[in-house]
Design a protein around this ligand. Sequence first.
Ligand SMILES: N[C@@H](CCC(=O)N[C@@H](CS)C(=O)NCC(=O)O)C(=O)O
Length: 386
Amino acid sequence: MSSALRSRFPLIYKEFKHCMISSCSRRCSSSVPGTQPQRSYLKPIITSVGCGIVAGSLYAYYSSQTNNDPTNLNPAIVANSPTLKSHPPIQISRKIVIPNDTTGLEITLFQYPTCPFCCKVRAFLDYHGLSYNVVEVNPVLRQQIKWSQYKKVPILLIKDGDEYVQLNDSSMIISTLSTYLKNRQTCITEITQYYPTMTLTESDSGKKTDVVNKYHVMLANTDQNQIDIDKDERKWRKWADEVLVHTLSPNVYRTKDEALQAFQWFSEVGEWERLFSRWEQVLVVYVGAYAMWMIGKKLKKRHNLKDNVRESLYDECRTWVKEVNKKGKFCGGSSPNLADLAVYGVLSSIEGCQAFKELLENTKIGRWYNDMKQACQNHSGIVLSR
Ligand SMILES: N[C@@H](CCC(=O)N[C@@H](CS)C(=O)NCC(=O)O)C(=O)O
């Protein structure tokens, strides 16, 4: 063994040397000088080669058996939405009260003010004129969601009878509420059973959890034209979650200055000065900005964004504008559909950032965006009574 190899693999070298010494000493002690010298060398070689072949074959047989065994697959764990006997004792940050809301729903949204998934849910609630409570979650310490096993936001709690149903995942929340608004006879708990959470354990990437049917509004539609419209709406909702959203962070946190400016805006929108202690606020703004600047660079690579990340954001928004123009004022035609609300919600999360300003200057998304903003502020989708 060369000295270079020895220095790179000291442990292997030690083992190799140990084997050489032990096999050599065995050979010396077991053989009688002058008698059958070839056999004493050949026997251990043949024995080890033979053992190797047998062990290798057994291993190959075992592997092929276990790989083909269907019972060896990891089963999925399926769970329904959790329910709580009482509301967690967390201080409500603010109440949004819509006087014309006739649903009587008691809703609490746990959120970060500028998380795109939370903004999507708020866009839905505002557009449909639903009253709701907001709990601002501290994004670093997250004490406000300690009671929950699910550790992301948004989380929505809805009172149903004597209990509170916990809805996790923005698209599931929107589909559940949308189903309810179209058929108020069905109770929320019953609707959530159409959206179980499924956890799969995959050998290479660990656990993966997602909500089944999360883009489906549960209506018994038989009209083919409506079925096609619904399918298209689902396609763009998914696009908002899986494509558009990934262009945001690398743009908002493109430089350290932009990241800090973004976090200062988050603090303003989320009223962190009022809601969090001074040290918590400083921690979140500075630690958050620095961490997100670092993470933004990784996300740029992971999602294959262009070198100039702005171009990726503009490209996706131009794709969206083209789609809207094919359909009318909104993707939903003359009024917004769930895809409009999803895309608007996602983009509204960066409204105070430099990236958004430049997006308006470089694309034609402004007209649609302002129409959506007005529709949400005016609660244009409110269902007055049913
Ligand atoms: N699929 C989820 C994604 C939610 C999500 O990723 N939320 C982020 C905030 S934008 C989160 O809570 N991340 C965990 C953390 O901040 O610790 C949804 O649509 O609601």
